[in-house]
Design a protein around this ligand. Structure first.
Ligand SMILES: C[S@@+](CC[C@H](N)C(=O)[O-])C[C@H]1O[C@@H](n2cnc3c(N)ncnc32)[C@H](O)[C@@H]1O
Ligand SMILES: Nc1nc2[nH]cc(C(=O)O)c2c(=O)[nH]1
Ligand code: SF4
Ligand SMILES: [Mg+2]
Length: 224
């Protein structure tokens, strides 16, 4: 049977986080996440309720965040991107937690059609992506859902992007890097919810550790 992806949103914008900040990108946001980060900015993507399924057009044209989703095949997704006339050549697969499902058919089809792929993931599920897919791991420590960061995800990561608000988050990150023996992967600190204190802590810690700052540019610009 052809795999269908449960999609909460599909839109074109500027990548606002991490190494690709500033890059025009098409975002595919998958529904569903059990990790349950208390400060998650996309809580509407957590629940997968069958009664929340909507048509592809209703999903594409929604004007406010909602937990509705539409089931699309890879072919449907490519057709939608073409029909919308999007110009971006970079596709960000996010969620929710997109790594809960097999993303290889999606990556392969997108790459065949000339797109580059990027995955945004918590690293708590085995990654099923193409070899060329850029993997952004945002490791989650002690979240309510009880999921643990996988060694395979930490090792596969092309960048590690860590949301921070407290010194504890910095200590958690250092412990993770040591535990998984990560030395060369570029690390980004991302202040949680643009809070002033979180941003000051992120700047200080980036300078101390030679990490980079990621400030969720889209939120400062008021774009999606
Ligand atoms: C919404 S998550 C979806 C992908 C995946 N579940 C993950 O956590 O990486 C996308 C990115 O937003 C980050 N994020 C979520 N809520 C945030 C917040 N309030 N402030 C800063 N970053 C946040 C996540 O850590 C992750 O890097
Ligand atoms: N512009 C923009 N950049 C992003 N980078 C990661 C995002 C995400 O929600 O995964 C995101 C998002 O929601 N919007
Ligand atoms: S893993 Fe990602 S989507 Fe899930 S709760 Fe945490 S930040 Fe939100
Ligand atoms: Mg976001």
């Amino acid at each position: 049977m052809t795999v269908k992806y449960k999609i909460n949103e599909l839109f074109e914008t500027i990548q606002g986080e991490g190494a690709f900040t500033g890059q025009p990108s098409i975002f595919i946001r998958l529904q569903g996440c059990p990790v349950a980060c208390s400060w998650c900015d996309t809580k509407h993507t957590w629940a997968i309720n069958l009664e929340d399924e909507v048509t592809p057009n209703a999903m594409l044209t929604k004007e406010a965040e909602s937990q509705t989703w539409s089931a699309l095949t890879v072919k449907d997704i490519l057709a939608m991107i073409t029909a919308e006339g999007y110009q971006a050549k970079h596709i960000v697969i996010t969620g929710g937690e997109p790594a809960m499902v097999d993303l290889l058919p999606l990556c392969q089809a997108l790459e065949t059609h000339g797109f580059s792929c990027q995955l945004e993931t918590s690293g708590t599920f085995e990654l099923q992506v193409s070899a060329k897919c850029w993997v952004t791991v945002s490791p989650k420590v002690n979240m309510k859902g009880g999921y643990k960061i996988l060694n395979s995800a930490m090792l596969r990561a092309n960048e590690i992007k860590h949301p921070v608000a407290t010194e504890q988050h910095i200590d958690d990150l250092k412990a993770l890097l040591a535990e998984h023996n990560i030395v060369n992967t570029q690390v980004y600190l991302q202040p949680i919810s643009q809070k002033e204190r979180a941003t000051a802590l992120a700047i200080k810690s980036c300078i101390e550790n030679n990490w980079r700052l990621s400030v969720q540019v889209h939120k400062y610009l008021g774009i999606e």
